[in-house]
Write a protein that binds this ligand. Structure first.
Ligand code: SF4
Length: 494
């Protein structure tokens, strides 16, 4: 976890076996992102790989060295690949341990795990027949994951297994990216073009999207591939209104039987887009799940982050949506928003619970380089204590309403170095969220910034992204469709 820029060391010299130099540098830059390796204190890493196990040592000049002997890796449940990975994991643990101690940085609650999808690791261990005790020991000893994050992870993983299907390519899920929003939030890094400056691109984008839906629908029918879930995200798909929205949903129903799918979701995050007309269009076209995203119920914060709506507009949107009786409603909430403390977060959570969604996603504020709040990047991950207190509070409070965590993911530059967690009442879990996050099903991505993820039976994933920019998407649509057809057909024929 990084420390503020002014306190960061500027450089290190690495002494390590050449094959591990990149691993050492990666571990250093995961803590100090702008460091270089041309001069400065010597960070020395030594590894002995013997029949008895792996012996690793990390030294940073006058600081206390880290020694570790790993005999457990000699167990017959591991193969040569595991052994090679374990050496790198030991190096990462040693480097982070030494540097955190030397520079007074708290160890991340996620230990040395830096990926977006920590649950994937646990699923892979379960697939290999590892017991719960063994998995717990690995999370503790190898990855240094904190007790609280282990409990969350194992809880989530237990709930996800029932969503995994035997064939990763049939049925698939379809994601449709609509890259427009009413305004752009200060922390946003998604494909989201504000309508006030980009409305002239909507018509061309929709036209191109129709072509893509028709072409991919035909392809899936040709290969008799069914669609389990359809998810419209973005952006905010309900930024598109009236005839454009109706025609889009009709096409999704025609080509993917979206209205007959197990799950049909539309992100309607911005409450000002949820007019009665839009809600009626969603309902009559068979949409079952919508998302109305307050993020916070404090008006001053909503203004500060550029949402362009008030907490009362959220309440009104929920009241309007209730008239149409969608099967499930999600509400997103963010921990760590600028100017907010634990009391603000608790207030927002209470206000949202009163609106009675059956699914709440608790995000930790994550800032990417494209966000307008990026100057806060370094401070954000340091707020571990505050972050963990809020996350604990959310889990306990939502547990009392009957909501349990069932999916999670992490991002870089994230508040408290924590995670984003989806909570649902029993039966309100989103199948798409699980399939997309755990990558156990092929997802066909259509529209702006959509990523197609082609999953193979060995669970390897090939990713192909559409352009984010609606103008580029429109101009390149013929080439995008041709490439997508080729990629999908090649994937299915292997
Ligand atoms: S609503 Fe979501 S996608 Fe749209 S600008 Fe805000 S963060 Fe970005």
């Amino acid at each position: 976890m990084p420390i503020p820029q002014q306190l960061q060391p500027k450089c290190f010299q690495i002494e390590a076996p050449p094959q591990f130099a990149a691993t050492v540098k990666g571990a250093v830059t995961s803590l100090f992102r702008t460091v270089d390796f041309t001069s400065g204190p010597v960070l020395a890493v030594a590894v002995k790989d013997t029949e008895a196990g792996i012996e690793a040592t990390v030294r940073l000049e006058r600081h206390q060295p880290w020694h570790h002997f790993d005999g457990e890796i000699t167990s017959p449940c591991y193969d040569q690949k595991d052994r090679e990975n374990r050496i790198k994991e030991r190096i990462r643990l040693g480097v982070k341990t030494v540097l955190c101690k030397a520079y007074g940085i708290p160890f991340s609650p996620w230990g040395i795990l830096v990926g977006v999808r920590p649950a994937k690791l646990v699923h892979r261990l379960i697939d290999r027949g590892f017991s719960r005790e063994k998995i717990t020991a690995i999370l503790t000893d190898v990855y240094a994951v904190s007790q609280s994050r282990q409990e969350l992870l194992l809880d989530v993983v237990d709930k996800q297994r029932r969503f995994f299907l035997p064939d990763v390519n049939n049925p698939v899920s379809v994601y449709v990216g609509i890259p427009f929003c009413p305004t752009r939030c200060g922390y946003c890094s998604f494909a989201a073009y504000p309508l006030e400056t980009h409305s002239h691109l909507v018509r061309g984008f929709i036209k191109a999207l129709h072509h893509e839906i028709e072409a991919v629908g035909e392809l899936l029918r040709k290969h008799r591939i069914k669609v389990q879930t359809v998810y419209l995200g973005g952006g905010t798909p309900t930024t598109i209104t009236g005839t454009d929205l109706s025609t889009l949903l009709e096409l999704l129903n025609k080509h993917f039987q979206a209205d007959q799918c197990e799950e049909y979701t539309v992100e309607a995050g911005r409450p000002e887009t949820l007019t009665r007309e839009t809600l009626a269009i969603l309902k009559t076209h068979g949409v079952q799940r919508i998302s109305i995203n307050p993020q916070t119920m404090r008006d001053r914060t909503l203004q500060l982050i550029g949402r362009g709506h008030t907490a009362d507009q959220i309440r009104e949107a929920f009241a309007r949506a209730a008239e149409y009786q969608f099967r499930h409603i999600n509400a997103d909430l963010i921990m760590g928003l600028p100017g907010e403390d634990e009391a603000d977060f608790a207030y927002s959570l209470e206000e949202i619970i009163k609106l009675n969604p059956d699914h709440i996603t608790v995000h930790s504020l994550a800032l990417k380089r494209a966000s307008s709040f990026r100057q806060n990047l370094e401070r954000l991950e340091l707020e571990q204590k505050r972050g963990e207190a809020m996350a604990r509070y959310a889990q306990e409070r939502l547990g009392k309403t009957g909501m349990q965590p069932y999916y999670l993911y992490r991002q870089r530059y994230i508040f408290g170095d924590l995670e984003n967690t989806g909570y649902a009442k029993p039966g309100a879990e989103s199948i798409y969220n699980v399939q997309m996050m755990e990558e156990r099903q092929t997802i066909v991505g259509l529209g702006g910034g959509a990523i197609t993820k082609l999953v193979s039976p060995d669970l390897s994933v090939a990713r192909h992204a559409n352009p984010k920019c609606p103008a580029t998407y429109g101009q390149q649509i013929s080439a995008i469709i041709a490439a997508k057809k080729y990629q999908i057909e090649r994937h299915l024929s292997v």
